[in-house]
Ligand binder design. Structure first.
Ligand code: DX5
Ligand code: ZN
Length: 215
């Protein structure tokens, strides 16, 4: 059974209180919060201020996915906003080990995200320092895109690398997760599924989260 992390990016932003109430009432495990800067990715979403509003509504894990350049400039602000898990992109961090150390020293769990074209093997020498690897299964920047099938091979290889080193690193899959492909993704070795459109565009989001949990 995987953990389910609905992405609030797909919520109606004029109804965020209702979206948070729904998630809190549901079997969702984490709040997945997508931060975009208009530079690392083409889109702009929201920042620490909104993360702090989400934080105040919930005791669930706030899983903050930074799709931004120079994430070291904002790590402290996201800690103060209430992030539990802070994930930075491999592609945005020339001094990735330093970024991970900073996140840990601030008292958060640390994750590394990989774009669809970035090989999992590049994480070999840092895997022991992180709590989670986020594999993007779409190009980051927008919700509602289709799952890139090749991601399945990356999940399997990542799982092997983690198991070979006897590590307790979680694998999170982000982008295009649906009720139809969730089983295949979990079987490949995923621990956490992000779901944006699948949850928020559903007729019954609570039931959809329950259905994802039951897979
Ligand atoms: C995309 C974000 C995702 C997005 C997922 O850049 O990182 O978290 O919200 O949305 P869906 O589930 O609709 O693909
Ligand atoms: Zn995300």
């Amino acid at each position: 059974m995987a953990l389910i992390a609905p992405s609030l990016l797909a919520a109606d932003f004029l109804q965020l209180q209702a979206a948070c109430d729904m998630l809190n009432e549901s079997e969702a495990d984490w709040f997945h919060l997508d931060i975009m800067d208009g530079r690392f990715v083409p889109n702009i979403s929201y920042g620490p201020m909104l993360v702090n509003f989400f934080r105040k509504t919930t005791t669930k894990i706030c899983d903050v996915h930074l799709m931004i350049e120079e994430p070291e400039r904002y790590a402290e602000a996201f800690k103060e906003a209430g992030a539990d898990m802070l994930t930075v992109h491999y592609e945005a961090c020339p001094h990735l080990h330093r970024n991970i150390q900073q996140i840990k020293s601030l008292g958060m769990q640390a994750g590394i995200a990989l774009n669809p074209h970035t090989p999992v093997e590049l994480l070999k020498d840092i895997l022991q320092d992180v709590d989670m690897v986020l594999l993007m299964s779409v190009n980051p920047g927008f919700g509602g895109q289709s799952f890139i099938p090749h991601t399945i091979n990356k999940i399997k290889r990542m799982r092997e690398m983690i198991d070979e080193q006897l590590l307790n690193v979680k694998i999170e899959i982000d982008g295009g997760v649906t009720l139809d492909n969730a089983q295949m993704i979990i079987e490949a070795g995923a621990d956490i599924l992000v779901a944006g459109s699948t949850v928020f565009k559903a007729k019954d989001p609570i039931q959809t989260i329950a259905a994802l949990k039951a897979i």
